[in-house]
Design a protein around this ligand. Structure first.
Ligand code: SAM
Ligand code: SF4
Length: 396
């Protein structure tokens, strides 16, 4: 199965300058594996390769497996209150000014980023400042912004789609599939009209026991959407034992109470036949869809079973995130772990981002994770950031 880096040739074909930027982001993350794991008295700011902008807590969908709004989602009961805490455009612009010189790849997400009222001016400003802007969205609100998206030179839009129409809608909500396709069509129409090759259009699919048998239907249908990339995300899962171990560890070592990991204890991994899924993925990878398909993480046949049935067995380790990435939340809090915003490093409304990533809390986190066996915490076993950027364990 293809490596993550195989997206770069697709990008080169679209825009050389952006390809160079994306490449430098990916290689910056790879370099983080090679560099000594420094903590205190070092300028980590200059090694930041990927910065997440989580613009809003609000979302218009309730996807069943989602850690924020799904069956076990930790935002379900406080969405309206949290959505009020979104930072104003000026704060995000100031933040953009601070990181622009470093040229990290940026990744806008949420909640649903199209619900942030100033998404369009912010993305425009970020592009103007020379940043590679990628946006992860549920795609249901994209259609009406197609003209601006293309004109403003967004780098990439990664749209979540989990299966063909009926199965997708049973997971993500009625009508969501057709809205996404209308969005793809509108962006493609605009690219043609404005004679532009960007943004790259991608699909991101989260594999669960509810959709894995339908993946072929989705990939077959996707030939017609004129997309550039399809990512199969094998999914973030956990169980009671892992949550308990992480709770105890974070309390003891970092004096932090956690509640985010539990929301991935959804059970949507249960019953996935690893052998069958591997066959499905092999079949998908063997066909020419007109765009690359990446599986994250790519696994050997027997390990596919392990991934879903033996959650306590690591498949990647040595997290590099604290040495090359950071997530800024809708309220300005900064974290390393985008999906688990429990340990707060600082807040961009009170301190410069540089001081936050070089600060004591950030360094204590680095020191603690580096001292762990395998270079990760007990709760990191199926973390998406680690699946993407962690070190491969032999045989996987
Ligand atoms: C939380 S969403 C936020 C952005 C936007 N609302 C969307 O759905 O694309 C970010 C990504 O996480 C994915 N996701 C949701 N639940 C997941 C899970 N349990 N494991 C891994 N990824 C998941 C979504 O499909 C999406 O691609
Ligand atoms: S659209 Fe995104 S944030 Fe909203 S519920 Fe679905 S996965 Fe979660």
């Amino acid at each position: 199965m293809k490596k993550n880096i195989s997206v770069v040739p697709v990008l080169i074909n679209k825009n050389l300058r952006l390809a160079a930027r994306a490449f430098s982001g990916i290689s910056g993350i790879r370099m983080a594996h090679l560099r000594p794991k420094r903590d205190f008295n070092y300028n980590h700011f200059k090694n930041l390769s990927l910065v997440y902008f989580k613009l809003t807590a609000a979302c218009n969908l309730r996807c069943v497996m989602c850690g924020q709004y799904g069956d076990k989602g930790n935002m379900k009961d406080c969405a309206a209150e949290e959505a009020k805490k979104s930072l104003p455009l000026e704060t995000w612009m100031r933040f953009t000014d601070e990181i622009a010189q470093q040229r990290p790849v940026t990744y806008i997400w949420g909640g649903e980023p199209f619900l942030y009222p100033d998404l369009m001016p912010l993305a425009r400003y970020m592009v103007k400042k020379g940043l590679f802007v990628s946006v992860n969205t549920n795609g249901t609100l994209m259609e009406r912004y197609a003209e601006d998206i293309v004109r403003d030179k967004w780098g990439a839009i990664l749209v979540s789609l989990d299966a063909f129409r009926d199965v997708n809608d049973s997971l993500r909500g009625k009508g969501s599939y057709d809205k996404v396709i209308a969005g793809f069509k509108a962006v493609n129409r605009e690219k043609k009209k404005q004679k532009k090759r960007l943004p790259l259009l991608g699909i991101v699919t989260v594999v669960t026991n509810r959709n894995y048998l339908d993946l072929v239907n989705l990939t077959d249908a996707s030939r017609e959407y004129n997309i550039d990339l399809h990512i199969m995300n094998l999914g973030t899962y956990t169980n009671e034992n892992i949550v308990a171990a992480q709770k105890q560890f974070m309390k003891e070592k970092l004096d932090t109470d956690i509640d985010c990991l539990e929301s991935y204890n959804t059970g949507y991994n249960l019953g996935i036949d690893g052998k069958k899924l591997h066959g499905i993925l092999q079949d998908i990878h063997s066909k020419n869809h007109g765009h690359p398909i990446l599986t994250v993480p790519a696994l050997n046949p027997e390990k596919t079973h392990t991934y879903y049935a033996e959650l306590e067995t690591p498949v990647r380790n040595h997290c590099v995130v604290p040495w090359c990435q950071a997530n800024v939340n809708y309220n300005g809090d900064v974290h390393f772990c985008a999906d688990y915003p429990d340990y707060i490093l600082g807040n961009i409304t009170q301190q410069s981002f540089r001081d936050i990533v070089n600060g004591d809390r950030a360094n204590t986190f680095r020191k603690t994770i580096h001292a762990c066996e395998g270079g990760m915490f007990p709760g990191c076993l199926r973390c998406y950031q680690n699946m993407l950027f962690g070190r491969k364990i032999k045989g996987y």
